[in-house]
Design a protein around this ligand. Sequence first.
Ligand SMILES: NC(=O)c1ccc[n+]([C@@H]2O[C@H](COP(=O)([O-])OP(=O)(O)OC[C@H]3O[C@@H](n4cnc5c(N)ncnc54)[C@H](O)[C@@H]3O)[C@@H](O)[C@H]2O)c1
Length: 363
Amino acid sequence: MLTPSTEREELNVNLVRIGLIGTGGMAKWHAKRFKEIKGARLTACCDIVPGRAEEFARKHGIPAAYTSLEEMLDREPLDGVSVVTPDHAHAGAALAAIRRGLHVMCEKPLADNLQDAKKMYRAARKAGVLTAVNFSYRNAPATQRAAELVAQGRVGRVLHVEGCYLQSWLVGKYWGDWRQAEGFLWRLSVRHGSLGVLGDIGVHLYDLVDFVVGPFGVLNCDLPVFKKDPPRVGRYVFDANDSMLTTVRFCNGAHGVLHASRWATGHANTVALRVYGDRGALDLNLDRPAEGALRMCAGRDVDACRWQSVACLPVPDTYQRFVTSIRTGRQGQTSFEGAVRIQAYLECSMAAARKGGWVPVRA
Ligand SMILES: NC(=O)c1ccc[n+]([C@@H]2O[C@H](COP(=O)([O-])OP(=O)(O)OC[C@H]3O[C@@H](n4cnc5c(N)ncnc54)[C@H](O)[C@@H]3O)[C@@H](O)[C@H]2O)c1
């Protein structure tokens, strides 16, 4: 363990001090983004793998590192934490921080089951702490603008929706070799708390669609586990779903088809959504450069089937929103409450896949 950060740093009352829980692959982005936010600082980090947090701390200039979360929370004067562990460990880490009155930003999905997600939400509400969930794609300027346009009725009554989230790391090595790295292996294994492609990237798509179109009413879902070579590596048995096809009836009467896969050759990380209303349509594709990420066909363009790019203003991301909410004391756009609804969609998707039929959404 390095020295606790207070012993080296003068107390700055305006500084928002964040502790990072989990220092694996995604933690790099948390370190980068919190470093870029003026007045926020990662003052400590922890990871259960001995030496990993220390190495991460050295690399990213974080003053203190721990292998024990409890020790970090006991010793470090923090305002909030960011939970970046594998999904199954989100609940334990977040609840430990909430017990100490700390604000919590958590990676998606909020938990690996609905019961834990609700427990986290209720504990945060009871403790009066602020929460955020890193549904990254909701923070794209094009997503925020699309949600505004739908809410303003610019495409009329939404009727038909198609959305996808496509990756190809089970076919190619764009992100690395899935057979070699723990960060891929736990994602393929139910026993390691993974909800498969559904919980890993389907959850982003569900949040994005819920944000732009509105809440889901009933859904049907197919979640196959395609054969892999090899079928296991060490203690990791590859039994988690790796493609997802979901059909949704939204509460507002629209219907949609949403799909996600790790087998989508040629797509490193494609997130796209089309929303068709009775007066126009939106085409969001986060693979395109920011200035062309959102297109609309509406008004006079409808008859000509002509699409025009829509200008989108920059928006804060989850990291900025979390720091702002700690500074102002006001809950930001994503919260544990909203994430419980998304967790319910995951639970319903699994129930529908087991049943082979439609399931009503109940949070
Ligand atoms: N928002 C996004 O776009 C996005 C992208 C990638 C990953 N994620 C999410 O981030 C989380 C982490 O994913 P990753 O790819 O970094 O995984 P990873 O396996 O690379 O890293 C997880 C780290 O957490 C550590 N850890 C495990 N249990 C712990 C515990 N109880 N306390 C402290 N540390 C613990 C592991 O040792 C590991 O170093 C997941 O929930 C994942 O879904 C989000």
